[in-house]
Design a protein around this ligand. Structure first.
Ligand code: FAD
Length: 391
């Protein structure tokens, strides 16, 4: 006899989106099970830069779009959670920086003029100088302007660990996920032979969602992958920096975040335009050469002669959009008991949960009675990915 379990909401995928949703539903009294076939947070989540955007970056094109407005509330919601006063208790999660910065290396007046033309941006952004500058930019040779954005940067491994703690006994390591049908109706999933019935099933498996849908014979919602070629650099001379460095265009030239290595040094993680199309086309050696050139131009006072370099290829998984445009909000599609989505940004995980909860409320789904769960195999937690890539 296969083991038979039941729950209210069965979630597949334990990145930040699934884990956040799981914790929120449990807090409201729902029984949940969350299945992951890898390490919790080990997909895109731990490889993200951990920035809790408020959307200011998207105003670089000159106008605050829908995107900027939808995301504007996220820093407040995360801040409250980090203080233990919000929708989840994330006290204890390591905050790497209380602000993210916008850094103009000097010659970009036109770009910034359109940026500051927006009143909403002016109210959120303040220029910093002297000893208010991020430590890595406090140097007599530094020229340019720096603006403080009211956005946070989090240590994602500690976030994942906390969300896994909030998951209690609801986590299940499972490799093979198959549909559990009653006639034609999807009523649950069979996970490594265990039958799990649920009132609702949520796929939040990031890049794995397309394959899960195929296994159910579904083509919708379509997913897109946006490849990135990120760079990491570790050196004893690096000090923390969390900033979008502006180039001539509407996207940051590079986006730098800083992450603590186990030996006490800082690792800079470089994304932005450097990691997009041209960067994706470069091999590892050329991508490292491009990053070295950027840093030599932008922060020539930092001695990187003893630095270790590596690159990381990673796809963003998102709902399909025309011309690989960036989606604006968390995305959720529904089909009977099945809900499928992508937060599109780590920062938007609360928005993803809102959408699932609204669908449950609309359909009158309430916490039910379920037998106590047996002891289940638990998926391991991800660690800091940079430790595996650098000496
Ligand atoms: P994931 O984190 O990818 O998690 C999916 C989970 O599903 C994984 O644990 C995986 O093991 C599991 N899984 C997959 N297939 C299956 C299956 N068949 N069965 C069971 N489990 C399965 N966003 C921000 O807000 N700020 C940033 O600074 C930022 N920086 C980024 C930088 C990079 C380089 C990248 C790639 C993304 C960045 N993002 C950022 C976007 C952000 O990382 C993602 O939107 C977010 O992490 C997606 O979370 P997720 O839970 O949907 O997916």
């Amino acid at each position: 006899m296969p083991e038979s379990l039941s729950t209210d909401v069965l979630i597949v995928g334990g990145g930040v989106a699934g884990l956040w949703l799981n914790a929120r539903l449990r807090r409201q009294g729902f029984a949940t099970l969350l299945v992951d076939n890898g390490t919790l947070g080990g997909g895109q989540s731990v490889k993200s830069q951990g920035i809790i955007h408020g959307g200011t970056k998207y105003a670089l094109s000159g106008a605050l779009t829908g995107a900027s407005e939808a995301i504007a509330d996220m820093p407040r919601r995360w801040r409250e959670a980090l203080e233990g006063k919000g929708e989840l208790d994330l006290s204890g999660v390591r905050l790497l920086s209380d602000a993210h910065y916008l850094w103009s290396p000097g010659t970009l007046a036109g770009n910034l003029t359109s940026f500051f033309a927006s009143k909403a941006v002016r109210s959120r952004v303040g220029q910093v100088k002297g000893d208010e500058l991020p430590p890595a930019l406090q140097h007599p040779k530094f020229k340019g302007k720096v603006y403080r954005l009211s956005e946070l940067v989090l240590d994602v491994p500690s976030l994942i660990a906390r969300l896994a703690e909030l998951a209690g006994d609801s986590l299940l390591a499972g490799q093979q996920v198959e549909p559990l049908l009653d006639g034609d109706e999807l009523v649950g999933l069979r996970v490594d032979g265990r039958e799990i019935r649920a009132q609702r099933i949520v796929f939040s498996a990031g890049g794995g969602t397309a394959e899960l849908l195929t296994s159910l014979g579904l083509q919708q919602p379509a997913m897109q992958r946006r490849p990135l070629h990120m760079v990491i650099v570790k050196a004893p001379t690096l000090k923390p920096l969390y900033a979008h460095c502006l180039g001539g265009g509407t996207k940051p030239r590079i986006t730098v975040t800083s992450h603590p290595a186990a030996d006490g040094e800082w690792v800079w993680y470089l994304g932005g335009d450097l990691a997009e199309a041209d960067g994706v086309a470069r091999d590892e050696a050329s991508q490292i050469a491009a990053a070295k050139k950027e840093l030599a131009e932008l922060v020539p006072w930092i001695d990187l002669s003893a630095a270790h370099w590596a690159t990381l290829r990673i796809d963003r998984a998102e709902p399909a959009q025309s011309a690989l445009a960036r989606p604006d909000n968390a995305f959720l599609a529904e089909q009977g008991r099945l809900l499928v989505g992508w937060p599109t940004k780590l920062a938007l995980s609360p928005d993803f949960s809102d959408r699932v909860e609204a669908a449950l409320a609309r359909d009158g789904i309430r916490p039910g009675q379920h037998p106590v769960l047996p002891e289940l195999p638990r998926p391991p937690l991800t660690g800091p990915f940079w430790e595996g890539l650098l000496p």
